[in-house]
Design a protein around this ligand. Structure first.
Ligand SMILES: [Zn+2]
Length: 104
């Protein structure tokens, strides 16, 4: 799975692979995405991509077997969507705080 993100510092998009190659920094502006937990951040990004690929692969295999069942999509994607939303909200709150600080 190729996960794409957007840097909240420079506004440019990146792929997780690029962040792993740059040791947790934005491949465009060079700023660290998390100043204190760079190693943990890159580890989690790597796990997210590998886990996503594993999930995709398993679902593809199941689909190919034409099983006599359906899977509840929400049980697969709801929590994932919630975590992504949490990441988005945290980034927005930080951006707002930075803008307020700059305006003072
Ligand atoms: Zn950047």
């Amino acid at each position: 799975m190729k996960i794409r993100g957007t840097c909240q510092n420079c506004g440019r998009d990146f792929f997780v692979r690029q962040v792993l190659d740059s040791g947790g920094h934005c491949p465009n502006c060079g700023k660290p995405f998390q100043t204190h937990y760079t190693a943990v951040l890159t580890e989690a990004l790597e796990q997210a991509e590998a886990g996503g690929s594993a999930l995709e692969g398993a679902l593809e295999k199941l689909a190919g077997m034409e099983p006599n069942f359906v899977l509840d999509e929400e049980t697969v994607v709801a929590r994932i969507r919630a975590h992504l939303e949490e990441i988005r909200t945290d980034a927005r709150v930080r951006a707002d705080r930075a803008a307020e600080a700059a305006a003072r």
